[in-house]
Design a protein around this ligand. Structure first.
Ligand code: ATP
Length: 235
């Protein structure tokens, strides 16, 4: 397994946002995390990225225990988060935003990797010296993913990347995630768009009130209508 999470607890004071979650992602696998608002999906990803310290449990990535490691150490190991709401730097240019994704790299291939991102996203190339605030929501999501790619990740975690995008951009986004996966990148995808997430992912976990209440292959979960309706509102 590439990522092995066991017994993960995340608490904010008395609120237990994640309760004893067990989850794995295999090498090159796409795994979805589903659940209603407040189910603990963002808290799970923030704990995996190192933004919040878990109250308990273990996070092992490629055989290395990352539980006590800093976010920077996790990035260096190849774990990148594309956060909810994208969190790009709107007062910086498109190019500067991309460079931020490579801030821990010391190799000489950053510029050629940025060129590869521009080849993939011509809209970003055309706007490379403009402030990121001029981009549409869909372009900002592409920028956030491009920025994560510059960390040369082995696992990309995305927090509701389709939120607020037009249907056309949602299609493009899911195509892009499939392409990145074919290039060997494992993906942990938090999504409200249940149907598309299950179509893309091999397996999925359903969180409810912080606990994993369902898990299985996407095919199994899609067939399990009563359960998916109970936890996902029919998605
Ligand atoms: P959403 O889809 O709304 O982002 P989610 O499934 O990602 O929901 P979380 O954001 O992880 O869920 O929230 C899980 C629980 O933790 C909720 O009860 C939420 O109110 C609480 N929570 C989240 N962040 C904080 C925080 N910084 N301080 C206190 N409570 C928090």
């Amino acid at each position: 397994m590439l990522l092995e999470v066991s017994g993960l607890d995340v608490s904010y004071g008395r609120t237990r946002a994640v309760k004893g979650a067990d989850l794995t992602v295999g090498q090159g696998e796409i795994v979805a995390v589903l659940g209603a608002n407040g189910a603990g999906k963002t808290s799970l990803l923030r704990a995996l990225q190192g933004a919040v310290k878990p109250a308990g449990g273990r996070i092992v990535f490629d055989g290395v225990d990352l539980t006590a490691q800093s976010s920077a150490a996790r990035v260096r190991s190849g774990v990148m988060l594309v956060p909810e709401g994208r969190q790009i730097f709107v007062s910086m240019t498109v190019h500067e935003n991309l460079l931020m994704g490579a801030y821990l790299r010391r190799d000489g291939a950053v510029e050629s990797d940025i060129d590869a991102i521009y080849d993939r996203f011509p809209n970003l190339a055309q706007r490379r010296d403009m402030k990121a605030s001029v981009l549409s929501g869909g372009e900002q999501q592409m920028l956030a993913i491009g920025r994560a790619m510059l960390g040369r990740p082995r696992l990309v975690m995305l927090d509701e990347p389709s939120l607020g995008l037009s249907p056309l951009f949602v299609e493009r986004l899911f195509d892009l995630l499939g392409e990145l996966n074919r290039e060997g990148i494992a993906i942990l995808l938090v999504e409200q768009n249940t149907t598309m997430a299950l179509e893309l992912a091999a397996r999925a976990y359903v969180l409810d009130l912080g606990a994993v209440v369902l898990e299985g292959t996407s095919a199994e979960l899609m067939r399990d209508e009563a359960l998916t309706e109970a936890y996902l509102g029919g998605g």
